[in-house]
Write a protein that binds this ligand. Structure first.
Ligand SMILES: Nc1ncnc2c1ncn2[C@@H]1O[C@H](COP(=O)(O)OP(=O)(O)OP(=O)(O)O)[C@@H](O)[C@H]1O
Ligand SMILES: [Mg+2]
Length: 319
């Protein structure tokens, strides 16, 4: 449904995105995950015909976004980072206006506006001016305008940014409910969000794709790294030295003390190896008390940070 090949965008000399390629199948929800400045909005703007790419190609439902933008836009709903709302309009007036712009036949406009307001939970706000709405409700208006032409493809740029936890949950389930036959791309820096809503995640940083997989596979990929949190009462420096001398330990760092008498340490082993017993043995040999030895699971957040920092380390090593 969405095909992106070798897409590059440079702003003057600066890199926005660099050689990005991916496909999205019909009916899929994919998450674009990346830190500030990663290139999420840039990619979305190109896909939604708001901006041309410097090179590469992209198509939606078989239509090229550069050469056939009219056909692309007909099939597309876009929630930009900041929605250009007319705050002096009442909600349905604004939505009728957008429906007109999107070429919906005037006979259908009223019923269509009613349907989308119902869908995004705005019906009871019909009498309000947009200026009077809270941020969460404005975001719903943004979603409503993206849905007004019943698009096959939805592009949502950080749909839950700035919302309170309750609204986030509501908007998330709203997005899941929108899927039906639709293909959705959404961007976020909130990692649990993409794992909850999306079937596939594209991790992007500094304009490049760093990883692309299901949330489960990303977890599995990183699970080969075994991490252990331990607390040992012993002289911090000696414990660290002892831990670092253990075969199979790739990394040992002390963590902030939670208690005065024990020191906390985070330890990582080489791929697939759980050497917790070696830590216990070290403590016993040295007559240090062992207070904690916990296998830490990596969250999607850890995975994201690991993928991004591993790339940085590789890049620095290559210099
Ligand atoms: N109009 C512009 N002119 C110059 N540089 C730009 C422009 N828009 C984006 N950039 C640059 O392109 C890169 C990617 O920006 P982009 O807005 O796509 O990131 P993003 O992933 O959406 O970040 P955020 O999470 O902050 O929204 C950044 O380095 C940014 O500074
Ligand atoms: Mg952005």
């Amino acid at each position: 449904m969405i095909e992106v090949q070798n897409l590059t965008k440079t702003y003057g000399g600066a890199r926005g995105i660099d050689d990005i390629s991916f496909n999205v199948e019909k009916g899929e929800i994919i998450g674009f995950l990346g830190p500030n400045g990663a290139g999420k909005t840039t990619t979305m703007r190109i896909l939604t015909c708001f901006m041309p790419a410097t090179s590469g190609s992209a198509s939606i439902a078989g239509f090229d976004v550069f050469e056939d933008s009219l056909n692309v836009r007909k099939r597309l709903g876009y929630l930009p980072e900041t929605v250009p709302l007319y705050t002096d309009m009442q909600v349905p007036v604004y939505l009728r206006y957008v429906a007109g712009l999107k070429g919906i036949p005037w006979r259908q406009i009223n019923s269509r506006v009613g349907e989308v307001m119902e869908k995004v939970g705005l019906t009871h706000m019909a009498h309000k001016f947009i200026a009077e709405l809270s941020k969460g409700y404005r975001q719903r208006v943004g979603l409503a305008q993206a849905l007004i032409n019943d698009p096959q493809v939805l592009v949502l740029d950080e749909p839950t940014v700035g919302l309170d936890p309750k609204q986030i949950i509501e908007i998330r389930s709203l997005i899941k409910g929108l899927q039906e036959e639709r293909t959705i791309i959404l961007s976020s820096h909130i990692l649990p969000e993409v794992s909850m809503v999306c079937q596939r995640v594209i991790i992007i940083d500094e304009g490049r794709i760093k990883a692309m997989d299901t949330p489960e596979n990303l977890m599995a990929q990183i699970h080969s790294t075994c991490r252990v949190r331990t607390r040992i009462s012993g002289p911090k420096d000696s414990v660290l030295e002892g831990l670092r001398a253990i075969d199979g330990i790739t990394k040992a760092d002390s963590v902030d003390n939670t208690s005065n008498s024990t020191n906390g340490f985070d330890v990582e082993f080489i791929d697939g190896f759980d050497g917790s017993h070696l830590i216990a043995r070290l403590a016993a040999e040295k007559r240090w008390d062992l207070h904690e030895l916990t296998l830490a699971k990596m969250s999607l957040e850890d995975i994201f940070i690991k993928i991004v920092t591993d790339e940085q380390v590789k890049a620095e090593d290559g210099k």
